[in-house]
Write a protein that binds this ligand. Structure first.
Ligand SMILES: [Zn+2]
Length: 233
């Protein structure tokens, strides 16, 4: 008897939640339209241009990728997004490696592109954050390709914390202490971008690993205190 009652509750709960989902989460075109409008509003608010490129290879996953990037970017505080002001986010329908356009004059292979980020299929939160991090670092802190480097006051600290120490370079059989990933050892720019990405996306892992790692801890604190103004994920 008791079991039946429990089962009835489960079924009833399921029915109620399903009908709520239908009521408040309309499937199909309307929902996509609303999501796209929300993303366009977000971009407008931050003076970011959104463009799609290579649309002739359009796939159904394209809209999904765009929404994934959008939901990732909504997590970034407004103040930090000021570094994206006047820049472009390209959604490239071709498959490949995403990249950032820092300074079209200095970079090859970015002909016709404005400063910003190019996200290629298959779009991930990881790539979205990693490329955004390069904009914040190159444009915001270092002032490369952008004279309005609003985070310029962090340059000295950034150089100290993200400089690759020679010891780390020598032993690449394993991820060296002080570094969150193998790729972060590449150079100071990747070092910054990788830790930025992990700070937002894999904060649990970051916090756990920094318990016995003072360099990792100082990287975490740099992002928490100076980049994200106290916001933790
Ligand atoms: Zn990178």
């Amino acid at each position: 008897m008791k079991n039946h009652f429990g089962l009835t509750l489960v079924i009833l709960g399921f029915l109620i939640s399903s009908s709520l989902m239908i009521l408040f989460n309309p499937q199909g075109a309307t929902a996509n339209q609303n999501n796209l409008e929300k993303f366009e509003d977000w971009a407008k608010k931050h003076e970011i241009t959104i463009k799609t490129i290579n649309e002739n290879s359009l796939e159904s996953s394209q809209a999904q990728g765009m929404m994934l990037a959008a939901n990732t970017l909504y997590q970034i505080p407004d103040e930090l997004l000021e570094n994206m002001n006047g820049k472009t986010i390209y959604f490239d329908n071709q498959y490949g490696r995403s990249f950032s356009v820092i300074s079209p004059e200095l970079q090859s292979d970015v002909e016709g592109l404005e400063p910003g980020i190019v996200l290629k299929q298959e779009i991930t939160s990881y790539e979205t954050l990693h490329e955004l991090a390069h904009i914040i670092d190159y444009h915001g802190i270092q002032g490369i390709g952008d004279s309005e480097n609003i985070l310029n006051h962090l340059q000295t600290q950034r150089d100290e914390i993200f400089e690759i120490n020679n010891e780390a370079r020598q032993n690449l059989d394993e991820i060296p202490l002080g570094y969150i990933s193998e790729y972060s050892v590449t150079d100071e720019n990747e070092n910054f971008a990788e830790h930025f990405t992990y700070y937002v996306l894999y904060s649990d892992e970051f916090q756990k690993r920094m318990e016995n790692d003072s360099l990792l801890k100082s990287k975490y604190e740099f992002f928490r205190d100076y980049i994200f103004n106290g916001i933790e994920y």
